[in-house]
Design a protein around this ligand. Structure first.
Ligand code: RIB
Length: 293
Protein backbone atom coordinates (compact mmCIF):
# COMPACT_ATOMS: atom_id res chain seq x y z
CA UNK A 1 0.00 0.00 0.00
CA UNK A 2 1.25 3.49 -0.72
CA UNK A 3 2.59 5.97 1.78
CA UNK A 4 -0.29 8.15 2.97
CA UNK A 5 -2.99 5.50 2.79
CA UNK A 6 -5.62 5.47 5.50
CA UNK A 7 -7.54 2.44 6.76
CA UNK A 8 -10.55 3.04 9.00
CA UNK A 9 -11.62 -0.02 10.96
CA UNK A 10 -14.94 0.19 12.78
CA UNK A 11 -18.69 0.26 12.96
CA UNK A 12 -21.45 1.34 10.61
CA UNK A 13 -24.97 1.99 11.88
CA UNK A 14 -28.30 3.35 10.76
CA UNK A 15 -28.91 6.30 13.13
CA UNK A 16 -32.44 7.28 14.23
CA UNK A 17 -32.22 10.71 15.85
CA UNK A 18 -35.03 12.61 17.61
CA UNK A 19 -34.75 16.12 19.02
CA UNK A 20 -36.28 16.44 22.51
CA UNK A 21 -36.82 19.16 25.13
CA UNK A 22 -35.12 17.03 27.76
CA UNK A 23 -34.00 13.42 28.12
CA UNK A 24 -36.67 11.08 29.61
CA UNK A 25 -36.39 9.68 33.13
CA UNK A 26 -36.55 5.86 33.48
CA UNK A 27 -40.13 4.75 32.80
CA UNK A 28 -41.10 8.13 31.33
CA UNK A 29 -42.30 8.92 27.79
CA UNK A 30 -41.49 12.33 26.31
CA UNK A 31 -42.75 13.68 23.02
CA UNK A 32 -39.97 14.68 20.67
CA UNK A 33 -39.76 17.06 17.73
CA UNK A 34 -37.74 16.84 14.53
CA UNK A 35 -36.49 13.35 13.57
CA UNK A 36 -33.75 12.35 11.14
CA UNK A 37 -32.66 8.97 9.84
CA UNK A 38 -29.08 8.85 8.61
CA UNK A 39 -25.86 6.93 8.30
CA UNK A 40 -23.76 6.71 11.46
CA UNK A 41 -21.59 4.42 13.51
CA UNK A 42 -18.31 5.71 14.86
CA UNK A 43 -16.26 3.95 12.17
CA UNK A 44 -18.36 5.17 9.28
CA UNK A 45 -18.50 8.71 10.71
CA UNK A 46 -14.72 8.74 10.98
CA UNK A 47 -14.28 7.41 7.45
CA UNK A 48 -16.59 10.12 6.10
CA UNK A 49 -14.74 12.84 8.04
CA UNK A 50 -11.44 11.54 6.68
CA UNK A 51 -12.79 11.58 3.12
CA UNK A 52 -14.09 15.12 3.59
CA UNK A 53 -10.62 16.07 4.81
CA UNK A 54 -9.10 14.88 1.53
CA UNK A 55 -8.17 11.24 2.22
CA UNK A 56 -9.45 8.22 0.29
CA UNK A 57 -10.06 6.00 3.33
CA UNK A 58 -10.48 2.26 2.95
CA UNK A 59 -13.27 1.24 5.31
CA UNK A 60 -12.97 -2.14 7.06
CA UNK A 61 -16.36 -2.98 8.55
CA UNK A 62 -19.41 -5.25 8.39
CA UNK A 63 -23.00 -4.41 7.50
CA UNK A 64 -25.97 -6.71 7.05
CA UNK A 65 -26.91 -8.23 3.72
CA UNK A 66 -30.08 -6.12 4.08
CA UNK A 67 -31.36 -2.98 2.40
CA UNK A 68 -30.07 -0.82 5.28
CA UNK A 69 -26.56 -2.18 4.69
CA UNK A 70 -26.86 -1.37 0.99
CA UNK A 71 -28.10 2.17 1.74
CA UNK A 72 -25.19 2.80 4.12
CA UNK A 73 -22.64 1.65 1.56
CA UNK A 74 -24.21 3.91 -1.07
CA UNK A 75 -23.98 6.89 1.30
CA UNK A 76 -20.34 6.15 2.12
CA UNK A 77 -19.44 5.70 -1.56
CA UNK A 78 -20.98 9.11 -2.29
CA UNK A 79 -18.69 10.69 0.29
CA UNK A 80 -15.66 9.11 -1.37
CA UNK A 81 -15.07 6.29 1.13
CA UNK A 82 -13.68 3.08 -0.39
CA UNK A 83 -16.19 0.43 0.73
CA UNK A 84 -14.82 -2.42 -1.40
CA UNK A 85 -13.56 -4.26 1.72
CA UNK A 86 -16.77 -3.94 3.76
CA UNK A 87 -18.24 -7.37 4.58
CA UNK A 88 -21.93 -8.13 4.03
CA UNK A 89 -22.97 -10.58 6.77
CA UNK A 90 -26.05 -12.55 7.82
CA UNK A 91 -26.92 -10.19 10.69
CA UNK A 92 -29.04 -7.07 10.76
CA UNK A 93 -27.08 -3.87 10.14
CA UNK A 94 -26.25 -2.04 13.38
CA UNK A 95 -28.67 0.61 14.57
CA UNK A 96 -28.35 3.54 16.96
CA UNK A 97 -31.25 5.24 18.75
CA UNK A 98 -30.25 8.80 19.53
CA UNK A 99 -31.97 11.59 21.42
CA UNK A 100 -30.61 15.14 21.22
CA UNK A 101 -31.69 17.84 23.65
CA UNK A 102 -32.00 21.51 22.74
CA UNK A 103 -28.60 22.13 24.32
CA UNK A 104 -27.09 19.69 21.78
CA UNK A 105 -26.29 16.94 24.31
CA UNK A 106 -27.09 13.43 23.13
CA UNK A 107 -27.89 9.97 24.51
CA UNK A 108 -27.16 6.97 22.30
CA UNK A 109 -28.14 3.31 22.50
CA UNK A 110 -26.55 0.99 19.93
CA UNK A 111 -27.69 -2.46 18.79
CA UNK A 112 -24.41 -3.60 17.25
CA UNK A 113 -25.80 -6.33 14.96
CA UNK A 114 -23.43 -6.91 12.03
CA UNK A 115 -20.64 -4.89 13.69
CA UNK A 116 -20.12 -7.71 16.19
CA UNK A 117 -19.71 -10.25 13.37
CA UNK A 118 -16.26 -8.92 12.45
CA UNK A 119 -13.55 -11.47 13.25
CA UNK A 120 -9.89 -10.96 14.06
CA UNK A 121 -8.24 -13.35 11.57
CA UNK A 122 -9.87 -12.07 8.34
CA UNK A 123 -9.35 -8.43 9.36
CA UNK A 124 -5.71 -9.10 10.29
CA UNK A 125 -5.24 -10.66 6.87
CA UNK A 126 -6.74 -7.63 5.02
CA UNK A 127 -4.69 -5.21 7.13
CA UNK A 128 -1.54 -7.21 6.43
CA UNK A 129 -2.26 -6.97 2.70
CA UNK A 130 -2.72 -3.18 2.88
CA UNK A 131 -0.24 -2.23 5.62
CA UNK A 132 3.20 -0.69 5.19
CA UNK A 133 5.32 2.25 6.30
CA UNK A 134 3.32 5.49 6.18
CA UNK A 135 -0.04 3.72 6.28
CA UNK A 136 -2.34 4.87 9.10
CA UNK A 137 -4.98 2.64 10.68
CA UNK A 138 -7.71 4.38 12.70
CA UNK A 139 -10.02 2.30 14.91
CA UNK A 140 -12.63 2.71 17.65
CA UNK A 141 -14.43 0.20 19.87
CA UNK A 142 -17.96 -0.49 18.61
CA UNK A 143 -16.56 -3.72 17.15
CA UNK A 144 -14.94 -6.61 19.05
CA UNK A 145 -11.76 -5.55 20.89
CA UNK A 146 -9.97 -8.68 19.61
CA UNK A 147 -10.41 -7.41 16.03
CA UNK A 148 -8.88 -4.03 16.84
CA UNK A 149 -6.09 -5.69 18.83
CA UNK A 150 -5.15 -7.93 15.90
CA UNK A 151 -5.24 -5.04 13.41
CA UNK A 152 -3.11 -2.87 15.73
CA UNK A 153 -0.41 -5.54 15.92
CA UNK A 154 -0.33 -6.04 12.16
CA UNK A 155 -0.20 -2.35 11.18
CA UNK A 156 2.48 -1.62 13.78
CA UNK A 157 4.62 -4.61 12.80
CA UNK A 158 4.47 -3.41 9.18
CA UNK A 159 5.80 0.03 10.16
CA UNK A 160 2.41 1.77 9.88
CA UNK A 161 0.74 4.00 12.47
CA UNK A 162 -2.10 2.94 14.76
CA UNK A 163 -4.55 5.62 15.91
CA UNK A 164 -6.97 4.43 18.60
CA UNK A 165 -10.13 6.29 19.54
CA UNK A 166 -11.03 4.57 22.83
CA UNK A 167 -14.74 5.06 22.28
CA UNK A 168 -17.04 3.79 23.66
CA UNK A 169 -14.85 3.19 26.70
CA UNK A 170 -14.06 -0.44 27.39
CA UNK A 171 -11.13 -2.32 28.88
CA UNK A 172 -8.45 -3.08 26.31
CA UNK A 173 -5.19 -5.02 26.46
CA UNK A 174 -2.28 -2.82 27.62
CA UNK A 175 -0.26 -3.97 24.55
CA UNK A 176 -2.89 -2.44 22.27
CA UNK A 177 -2.90 0.84 24.21
CA UNK A 178 0.90 0.88 24.03
CA UNK A 179 0.77 0.92 20.20
CA UNK A 180 -1.64 3.87 19.97
CA UNK A 181 -0.04 6.93 18.35
CA UNK A 182 -2.09 8.78 19.34
CA UNK A 183 -4.61 7.43 21.81
CA UNK A 184 -7.65 9.71 21.30
CA UNK A 185 -9.96 10.02 24.31
CA UNK A 186 -12.57 12.48 25.49
CA UNK A 187 -12.82 13.65 29.10
CA UNK A 188 -15.09 10.79 30.19
CA UNK A 189 -12.97 8.10 28.55
CA UNK A 190 -9.76 9.61 29.93
CA UNK A 191 -11.27 9.74 33.43
CA UNK A 192 -12.33 6.10 33.25
CA UNK A 193 -9.00 4.96 31.85
CA UNK A 194 -6.93 6.86 34.40
CA UNK A 195 -9.34 6.54 37.32
CA UNK A 196 -9.19 10.27 37.90
CA UNK A 197 -11.50 13.24 37.83
CA UNK A 198 -11.10 15.92 35.15
CA UNK A 199 -12.65 19.22 36.22
CA UNK A 200 -10.41 21.67 34.41
CA UNK A 201 -7.94 22.06 31.56
CA UNK A 202 -5.14 21.79 34.14
CA UNK A 203 -6.57 18.42 35.31
CA UNK A 204 -6.73 17.27 31.67
CA UNK A 205 -3.07 18.17 31.18
CA UNK A 206 -2.09 16.11 34.22
CA UNK A 207 -4.19 13.13 33.09
CA UNK A 208 -2.87 13.32 29.51
CA UNK A 209 0.67 13.29 30.90
CA UNK A 210 -0.16 10.19 32.94
CA UNK A 211 -1.75 8.41 29.99
CA UNK A 212 1.42 9.07 27.99
CA UNK A 213 3.08 6.43 30.19
CA UNK A 214 0.71 3.90 28.53
CA UNK A 215 0.59 5.06 24.87
CA UNK A 216 3.01 6.55 22.34
CA UNK A 217 1.08 9.82 22.29
CA UNK A 218 -2.21 11.10 23.72
CA UNK A 219 -4.91 13.45 22.44
CA UNK A 220 -7.50 14.34 25.09
CA UNK A 221 -10.50 16.18 23.68
CA UNK A 222 -12.48 18.62 25.84
CA UNK A 223 -15.37 19.63 23.57
CA UNK A 224 -15.68 23.41 23.47
CA UNK A 225 -12.64 23.70 25.74
CA UNK A 226 -10.28 22.42 23.07
CA UNK A 227 -7.79 19.58 23.21
CA UNK A 228 -4.72 18.57 25.19
CA UNK A 229 -1.85 16.83 23.37
CA UNK A 230 0.80 14.84 25.22
CA UNK A 231 3.77 13.43 23.36
CA UNK A 232 7.55 13.26 23.65
CA UNK A 233 7.82 17.02 23.18
CA UNK A 234 5.57 17.81 26.17
CA UNK A 235 1.96 18.59 27.03
CA UNK A 236 0.12 21.42 25.24
CA UNK A 237 -3.44 22.72 25.19
CA UNK A 238 -5.06 23.96 21.97
CA UNK A 239 -8.25 26.06 21.99
CA UNK A 240 -11.39 25.14 20.04
CA UNK A 241 -13.30 27.60 17.85
CA UNK A 242 -16.52 28.78 19.58
CA UNK A 243 -19.55 27.87 17.44
CA UNK A 244 -23.29 27.42 17.86
CA UNK A 245 -23.98 23.84 18.98
CA UNK A 246 -26.95 22.05 17.42
CA UNK A 247 -25.98 18.39 17.93
CA UNK A 248 -22.76 16.97 19.36
CA UNK A 249 -23.41 13.51 17.85
CA UNK A 250 -20.43 12.47 15.76
CA UNK A 251 -18.30 15.50 16.66
CA UNK A 252 -15.65 13.31 18.26
CA UNK A 253 -15.73 11.07 15.20
CA UNK A 254 -15.29 14.03 12.85
CA UNK A 255 -12.32 15.10 14.99
CA UNK A 256 -10.68 11.65 14.87
CA UNK A 257 -11.32 11.15 11.14
CA UNK A 258 -9.87 14.52 10.15
CA UNK A 259 -6.92 14.01 12.50
CA UNK A 260 -6.11 10.60 11.00
CA UNK A 261 -6.44 11.95 7.45
CA UNK A 262 -3.93 14.70 8.28
CA UNK A 263 -1.51 12.22 9.88
CA UNK A 264 -1.75 9.98 6.82
CA UNK A 265 -0.93 13.02 4.67
CA UNK A 266 2.23 13.60 6.74
CA UNK A 267 1.10 16.34 9.14
CA UNK A 268 2.61 16.75 12.62
CA UNK A 269 0.40 15.65 15.50
CA UNK A 270 -0.24 19.28 16.46
CA UNK A 271 -1.29 20.25 12.92
CA UNK A 272 -3.46 17.13 12.70
CA UNK A 273 -5.19 18.09 15.97
CA UNK A 274 -5.88 21.57 14.52
CA UNK A 275 -7.60 19.88 11.56
CA UNK A 276 -9.55 17.70 13.97
CA UNK A 277 -10.70 20.73 15.95
CA UNK A 278 -11.98 22.42 12.78
CA UNK A 279 -13.85 19.27 11.73
CA UNK A 280 -15.36 18.86 15.23
CA UNK A 281 -16.51 22.49 15.27
CA UNK A 282 -18.20 22.02 11.91
CA UNK A 283 -19.82 18.73 12.97
CA UNK A 284 -21.71 20.18 15.95
CA UNK A 285 -23.48 22.66 13.66
CA UNK A 286 -25.77 20.13 11.98
CA UNK A 287 -28.28 17.55 13.20
CA UNK A 288 -27.12 13.94 12.77
CA UNK A 289 -23.73 12.29 12.87
CA UNK A 290 -22.83 12.99 9.24
CA UNK A 291 -23.45 16.06 7.05
CA UNK A 292 -26.11 15.88 4.36
CA UNK A 293 -24.85 14.55 1.07
O1 RIB B 1 -20.38 8.77 17.76
C1 RIB B 1 -21.67 8.88 17.24
C2 RIB B 1 -22.13 7.54 16.76
O2 RIB B 1 -22.27 6.67 17.87
C3 RIB B 1 -23.48 7.54 16.10
O3 RIB B 1 -23.40 7.77 14.71
C4 RIB B 1 -24.07 6.19 16.48
O4 RIB B 1 -24.25 5.33 15.40
C5 RIB B 1 -23.11 5.61 17.50
O5 RIB B 1 -22.29 4.68 16.93
Amino acid sequence: MTNGALLVLGSANRDYTVVIERHPMPGETVLGGEAVVGTGGKGSNQAVAAARAGAKPIFLAAVGADSTGADILRDLDSFGVDTSRVERVAHATGIALITVSHSGENSIVVAAGANQALEAAPIASVVSELAGPGVVLLAQLEIPVAVVDAAASVISAAGGRFVLNLSPFTTVPPRMLALADPLVVNETEASELSNSIIDSIADAQVVAGRLLERSRSVVLTLGGDGTVIADSSGVVHLHARRVEVIDTTGAGDAFAGALAAALAAGATLRDAVEKGLDAGAEAVQHLGAQPSL
